[in-house]
Design a protein around this ligand. Structure first.
Ligand code: FVH
Length: 298
């Protein structure tokens, strides 16, 4: 059974940042009986949490001093500097759930180490409504100090499950941004599809289940591309070759034109396929589209 007494440094924690996400996180720790100290730049946002049992600190320094485990959930990396300027972090276990880049995660780890703190970076794969709802599928990527993660895992997993992705403190952000980038690619394709049917006698509500079904079926691309990138074999067992797809993409562009829809959301990917093909049609025409990924790295 978890010892949630105020004296237990492993179940007491501090949270800096009470925006939508910070507030959702805070509520789960309070509901689980943890002693939670909170601070927010705009103090009024702490009011409802105080009523739910949170200890409200008057300053970021006071909040940090209250607990060994300090969780940050601020807008961006720059807001961490502004919130923690001059604050003593010696002996603290810092967990940063603020979205950032891999480079910011690594720099923040070095910054924390210089100040005598252990550090773990996190990337939240959930919206605030998914926090504290295990069946929502939300979780958090963590990377950095494995020892810190293991020490506080039980507390950290109260809002959402944790997936530790390595000691490189940049890797939580790398995984986070990779998944978010793929998500925006999907949003772009779906947005284009809905734009195509606008003004036609086709309801978005009728197209929606068809889109879900088709994107689900095309999800095989994820694993297939991973296999091909690992083996660098883009030609064996190809079912939809690049030359055919480049020709077919002309149909997509002409349809967009005829429907009066900008192709700006889909044309970058179609152009990438065309570039791969035209670089060497004989070599690449029979390839899987995964071969085009190799053009992206600068
Ligand atoms: N909400 C979401 O759907 C996503 C889900 C995935 C993860 N993100 C990231 O979580 C971080 C916090 O997001 P949020 O939803 O809580 O964001 P806001 O509601 O806008 O709250 C921002 C908090 O940051 C404080 N803040 C901003 N600038 C500063 C600063 N210079 N110094 C100190 N604190 C600062 C802000 O304070 P205030 O405006 O209330 O005074 C809020 O507490 C974020 O990285 C997402 O990318 C959320």
């Amino acid at each position: 059974m978890t010892d949630n007494t105020p004296q237990n440094p492993l179940t007491s924690l501090t949270l800096l940042g009470l925006g939508d996400m910070g507030t959702a996180l805070a509520r789960t720790w309070l509901a689980a009986g943890h002693r939670l100290t909170v601070w927010n730049r705009t103090a009024t946002k702490a009011g409802p949490l105080a009523a739910e049992g949170a200890v409200v600190a008057a300053s970021a320094a006071g909040a940090v001093a209250a607990s060994r485990l300090v969780v940050l959930c601020l807008l961006d990396d720059a807001s961490i500097d502004s919130a923690l300027a001059g604050v003593d972090l010696t002996g603290k276990d810092l967990v940063n759930l603020t979205t950032g880049t891999p480079a910011e995660g690594r720099a923040r780890a070095a910054w924390a180490e210089e100040r005598g703190a252990r550090f773990v970076d996190g990337g939240i794969m959930a919206t605030p409504t998914m926090i504290g709802v295990p069946e929502s599928g939300g979780y958090v990527f963590y990377s950095g100090s494995r020892a810190l993660f293991d020490t506080h895992r039980e507390v950290l997993e109260v809002p959402a499950g944790g997936r530790f992705v390595g000691e490189d403190p940049g890797h939580a952000a790398l995984h986070d941004v990779a998944l978010l980038s793929a998500m925006y690619g999907m949003f772009a394709g779906v947005s284009h599809a809905y734009a195509l049917i606008e003004g036609e006698d086709v309801s978005p509500k009728d197209l929606a289940p068809l889109l879900s079904e088709w994107l689900g079926a095309m999800g095989f691309f994820i694993g297939n591309a991973a296999e091909r990138l690992s083996s660098r074999d883009f030609t064996t067992g190809v079912v939809s070759n690049l030359a055919m797809q480049v020709t077919g993409s002309g149909t997509l562009l002409r349809t967009a034109e005829q429907q009066g829809v900008s192709a700006e959301l889909i044309s970058p990917y179609l152009e990438l396929m065309r570039r791969r093909l035209t670089a060497d049609p004989a070599a690449h025409g029979g390839e899987d589209t995964a071969g085009a990924i190799t053009l992206l790295k600068r």
